[in-house]
Write a protein that binds this ligand. Structure first.
Ligand code: TYD
Ligand code: MG
Length: 452
């Protein structure tokens, strides 16, 4: 094998340099140059025009053969649904999450189910074979068919895979895998990128379904370059509050299904258990109404779920008042407070505002806007809202309350859990009355403020 040339490429702009430097000469980014292997340029003869025209054929969709994509059930409906109805043959799935959240546990359980239908290989780079086996024993899992190997060299992993030819493979984790051809340490950007590229190309060539486990950084992004997310077919995030036993798995990108579908699990002594009916698990009902707390109905994926939004508004003692959010976008909070000021006449510029979505869930849909505003106001005035009230609705910059998807379904879910009042966008108001539910439909944020 000819010795491959090492170059340095910029993770921001993709420029290449032959020597390492602290600053990219092209885009000027600092510390963005990482080691990479240069591909020898293919020098072909210049083809004549007619020859080129032959090679450059285009296709109509009716001429393209798609073939049947085989989907395999992993034996856990929550995970199957997040994947879009099962694991697609030849697809590469990246699972990210904090350390200790349960990625290895989830995949071990999944592989134990899968190895009963097909050949499965579990490559562990973080734990020894004894640790994996002991974990399986603790969870009462027996799977003599599951092949295990403790290996971190990508070359050897691919050799093992080629000789065993498994249909499903797990690499736990991509940060521990390395190639000898790069001198940087395992887990560095260049190693992660190069190893992932090789594993992905193996999966595509052989039609092997592959799970890659990835760690997340403090900021919550997958460690390693964003290119990792581009290379794979599906990116799943496994998240949850370490103090609670509930875990949420969410698709962030999916070439074979919808994104924002949620799968919910509970961590028990015997591993992860599926939560089939999760609609109220994140709700902590207070006996007495408390100020700063609003229950909303969110609908991430295909199921409505009740979650509690809490706000704390407190006098600020520093020149820069703080806006802190957990489970919700901070920029959006700043925007909502500006809308509240302009269109509701309530200023919070001298107040610290904290917003938390209870239970470690993250709400990414805009239906949380109105609940956040009402929770902040309730905390500032120290006036509790009724505890049988639910709220949802998007708020626009001109103070209008905009409808959200599936308003009816959300209201029915709330009614099922005994809520009696709802403040919702006028366009979501039900045509037929819902039994035992008083609906206050609002067009503008000022109407919502009047209603409370
Ligand atoms: P693990 O799957 O090792 O996390 P990751 O691979 O994401 O780093 O999960 C480890 C945690 O899960 C650990 O804190 C203990 C807990 N756990 C249980 O509560 N019950 C179990 O049956 C198992 C196997 C783990
Ligand atoms: Mg692990």
């Amino acid at each position: 094998m000819s010795k491959q040339k090492i170059i340095y490429s910029c993770t921001e702009c993709g420029a290449e340099a032959s020597k390492w430097a602290g600053q990219c000469f092209d885009c000027g980014g600092w510390n963005t140059l990482v080691e990479a292997i240069s591909e020898p340029k293919k020098t072909g003869r210049h083809a004549s025009f007619s020859e080129k025209a032959m090679a450059l054929k285009t296709w109509s969709m009716t001429e393209v053969e798609t073939g049947e994509k085989v989907r395999r059930s992993i034996g856990m409906t929550e995970l199957d649904r997040v994947l879009g109805g099962g694991l697609v043959q030849g697809s590469v799935v990246l699972i990210g999450g904090d350390p200790g959240i349960g990625k290895s546990t989830l995949l071990l359980q999944g592989m134990v189910n899968l190895c009963q239908q097909t050949s499965a290989l579990y490559v562990t780079g973080e734990e020894s074979l004894q640790q994996v086996t002991m974990r399986a024993q603790r969870m009462d899992l027996t799977a003599p068919e599951l092949r295990l190997v403790a290996e971190t060299s990508v070359e050897r992993i691919l050799e093992i895979a080629a000789s065993e030819s498994p249909q499903v493979m797990v690499i736990d984790s991509i940060q521990t895998v390395y190639t000898d051809e790069l001198s940087s340490a395992p887990g560095s950007v260049s190693q992660v990128r190069e190893c992932a590229a090789r594993l992905v190309s193996y999966a595509k060539q052989t039609g092997t379904a592959m799970f890659l486990v990835g760690h997340v950084t403090k900021e919550g992004a997958l460690a390693g370059p964003r290119v990792l997310e581009h290379m794979v077919d599906t990116v799943l995030y496994f998240e949850g509050d370490s103090s609670s036993s509930y875990r949420v798995i969410r698709a962030n990108k999916n070439r074979f299904g919808a994104v924002n579908e949620l799968g919910i699990f509970a961590m028990t002594e015997k591993g992860l258990r599926e939560v089939k009916n999760p609609s109220a698990i994140f709700l902590s009902r207070h006996e007495e109404p408390v100020s700063g707390s609003v229950v909303m109905v969110t609908r991430e994926g295909s199921r409505p779920m009740l979650v509690e939004v809490q706000a704390l508004v407190d006098e600020s003692h520093s020149p820069n008042s703080r806006r802190v959010t957990l489970g919700f976008d901070q920029n959006r909070l700043t925007m909502l407070l500006a809308v509240l000021h302009r269109h509701g006449g309530i200023a919070m510029f001298d107040q610290d505002v904290f917003v938390n979505v209870v239970g470690g869930v993250r709400v990414t849909e805009t239906a949380i806007d109105l609940p956040v505003i009402l929770a902040a106001l309730s905390s500032m005035r120290n006036k509790p809202l009724p505890n049988d009230l639910v709220v949802f609705g998007e708020v626009g910059l001109s103070g209008e309350v905009r409808p959200v998807q599936a308003g009816q379904e959300r209201l029915h879910e709330a009614a099922k859990h005994g809520f009696k009042k709802a403040i919702i966008p006028a366009a979501n108001a039900p045509k037929k009355k819902i039994d035992g539910m008083e609906v206050i439909a609002v067009n503008r944020i000022s109407e919502a403020l009047d209603a409370i």
